[in-house]
Write a protein that binds this ligand. Structure first.
Ligand code: PLP
Length: 371
């Protein structure tokens, strides 16, 4: 099997798995208990917080553990809304559904939402943000990198416009963290969402960075965990695994980026050499994230035939699988329909090889020439 869907999820790193093991077996103490048996768990939890904070240039007390990207996004958006005078969220047309569907739910509660347009490369318009932001705006939320096409957004610029208006800025960095350098101090963001399973950590764990002083309501009421903002007994093993995976991703990032860029070029060159008519979507993409739109082809047919050949890729985005309608991202980017419906996303990981890239390209060529 060739797995080339790392933007959907990644394999748990073995070292991260080994770091988790003691907390699944012997060190099962509740990190909130005061007796000495729980001390190892408590220490591991706080060490994980420090490691994660270091990886993104934050303070440990600004890292809040959550169950993943969806929860972090829900918290950042829902926790910011209030019925006081500022009651509008600005986001973009190409966000993940864990942002877009919160916005839809907010609309039902009569909050205003505005969706910033993107250009044909999927870059969010800073000019549109400047024009739309007002004294009603409570929060601006724009993703750091798009999951379908990989475009990395101009977060620093968008954040600086937002702050000029005295508004809080959140970014969904689920696809970016561990893959490209992310420093919250440089970017100046107020909140940032991340999910461990996108960087070889375990599933069902993530974090929300909340800059000190950022107003945000609690996500879950109950015990006093996570400074009383997100109650619930901590999943120490998963948190330890997440920290180990993130540290390893950051420590090896430059090598991984070089390797992934090489694989991308290999795949694209082979498709071009075979005179295949396609568009690569996006610009300034995440390393290894390749959204390909083939003219007059069907993405679903391609996905299933590749699956039959033992190759896992995604149909535009994993969350949209099975849905042959043009994705909201490609629609916002105005990708011509004759290309858009023939879109697949190949997302390489550091364990993929040049041979994998060749096999995938050759398989695509064979399928398209056969149809
Ligand atoms: N945001 C983006 C950009 C994503 O790609 C995903 C997952 O695909 C999520 C949020 C949701 O993350 P999780 O799977 O941890 O809930």
């Amino acid at each position: 099997m060739i797995y080339a869907d790392h933007a959907a999820t990644t394999q748990l790193d073995r070292e991260a798995f080994e770091a988790m093991l003691p907390f699944l077996l012997e060190e099962y103490g509740n990190a909130s208990q005061p007796y000495s048996f729980s001390r190892t768990a408590k220490r591991a939890l706080e060490r994980a917080r420090e490691i994660i904070a270091q990886c993104i240039g934050a303070l440990p007390e600004e890292i809040y553990f959550t169950s993943g990207g969806t929860e972090s996004n829900n918290w950042a958006l829902k926790g910011s809304l209030s019925y006081e005078e500022r009651c509008e969220i600005i986001t973009s047309q190409i966000e993940h559904h864990s942002v877009l569907n919160v916005c839809k739910a907010a609309e039902k509660l009569r909050f205003n939402t505005r969706y910033l347009p993107v250009d044909t490369f999927g870059t969010v318009s800073a000019a549109a943000l400047d024009k739309n932001i007002s004294d009603k705006t409570k929060l601006v939320s724009v993703m750091m990198a798009n999951n379908e096409v990989g475009t990395i957004e101009p977060i620093q610029e968008l954040c600086s416009i937002t702050h000029r208006h005295g508004v809080v800025f959140h970014t969904d960095a689920v696809q970016a963290i561990g893959h490209v350098p992310v420093d919250v101090a440089c970017l100046n963001v107020d909140m940032l969402s991340a999910s461990a399973h996108k960087f070889n950590g375990p599933k069902g764990i993530g974090f929300l960075y909340i800059r000190k002083g950022t107003p945000l309501r609690p996500y879950a009421d109950g015990g006093s965990q996570e400074h009383g903002l997100r109650a619930g007994t901590e999943n120490v093993a998963a948190i330890v695994g997440m920290a180990a995976a993130l540290k390893k991703s950051c420590d090896t990032m430059q090598q991984r980026i070089g390797h992934l860029k090489y694989l991308e070029q290999q795949l694209l060159c082979r498709l071009r050499e075979a005179h295949i008519d396609f568009i690569r979507n996006g610009t300034n993409q995440l390393p290894g994230n390749i959204s390909l739109s083939f003219r007059e082809a069907e993405g679903e047919m391609l996905l299933h035939r590749l699956d039959f050949m033992g190759i896992c890729v995604s149909l535009g985005s994993a969350c949209n699988s099975g849905n042959m309608q043009m994705s909201h991202v490609l629609e916002a980017m105005k990708v011509p329909k004759e290309y858009a419906i023939g879109t697949i996303r190949v997302s390489f990981g550091h364990t993929n090889t040049v041979e994998d890239a060749d096999i995938i390209a050759d398989a695509i060529v064979r399928i398209l020439k056969d149809q």
